[in-house]
Design a protein around this ligand. Sequence first.
Ligand code: 4AD
Length: 461
Amino acid sequence: MLQRTAVRDLLAAESPRTALDVRGWVRTRRDAKEFSFIELNDGSCLKSLQCVVAADCVGFDAIKSATTGASVQIEGELVPSAGKGQRWELKASRLQIIGACPDDFPLQKKRHSDEYLRTIAHLRSRTNKFGAMARIRSRLAWKIHDFFQARGFHYIHTPIITGSDCEGAGDMFRVTTLPLDRVPVRDGKVDFDEDFFGKEAHLTVSGQLAVETYCLGLGKVYTFGPTFRAENSNTSRHMAEFWMIEPEIAFAELADDMQLAEDMVKALLDFLCTDCVDDLEVFTHFVDPTLRDRLDAVRQANFARVSYTDAIAILQGAGEPFEYAPVWGADLQSEHERYLTEKHFNGPVFVHDWPKDIKAFYMRLNDDGRTVAAMDLLIPKVGELVGGSQREERLDALRQRISGMGLNLDDYWWYLETRKFGTAPHAGFGLGFERFLMFATGVANIRDVIPFPRTPKHLEF
Ligand code: 4AD
């Protein structure tokens, strides 16, 4: 039996080959007098293989059914191409239509708007742009594991369903099997004793607290998985479901954390620019002509570091007509982030040591008593890419922070025990995979860097 060969391998062939079986989807068909030309794409790479089907090819009578979008099997041999723009073509000896494609296939046209393609997310992998995005996502996901594994980090599978609604990163989606039309009630409250887990459960907003427990045992760990936030922010940078990479390092401080984030971003960009050349070219060509220059600039940059206090002073002295005036103690608005990274520093910048009142309880309190050892990495076009901190490892200080924020100490008994039993300084961060992909490809809307975006009032299957 013939083995199916990937188009990608054929386009890279060194010499002609025979007895081939290629299968994929017809991108276009052009009929000349004595031949038909099929551009066949099998998803293995961006480029399609030109297949020449002549009248003596077995199955030629079905050629009219080889319409755009149809799936076909073509057997034949790889020969040097007489045509321009490609080295090889497939001379077909046998053609078989596997799945016909009627002419109401929505991707007949060459170009469609991103907005339209979002309404057919189940078909958009058949376009050059979304095929390229999917391959880049896949390669980068692999590289993320490679980056950490090569440095001795262990991959920890943190839970998706969590019983601690205390990660403090935003609104959570509830997980329940209680019947919504007759919710059990006791003493005027929902009786979660009756629920699947016998207590309230949610989808995780971050694997951090769980991964911290493994950090204080395995030293260098990371988690990389989906996270969920039920915040109703309909922006081009937020989704209800996104993927996050969260490393955590023991015996480390904030400076080590920032260095790790910088090394990781650069390693991923280096890999992207050498491994994903063809796919990246789609984005340089159709999305952002300056993309390669921007990526190269970041690969070569020394990421700036500025304290939150200094950043506020820079913003206050900028003479910019900000919609929100920058004031010490308030979070940075995206207009502030963009000013810092795109104008003032003109490159990636870590903003560190934030006011404690606007940051989570687990961040380490600085000696000044009013800031915590937190950092955000801001990058041009995207704004915040990374959020992280040195963690509060001192048991008493952590207890005070939890209580001081009006949280219930009992809910954190297991987290506190990691500080009681052999605590150690440690730090970590979260990098939003989709934010990274936006930067890496220049794509401006986060809905177009993930196969199936989940946003308020939008859920395709
Ligand atoms: O700053 P965040 O909320 O940090 C945490 O969740 C920490 N627990 C991470 C840690 O220290 N282990 O989120 C981290 C990153 C952001 O910088 C951003 O890139 C991305 O996650 N992010 C989102 N991406 C898409 N849609 C959303 N709604 C996002 N919210 C955060």
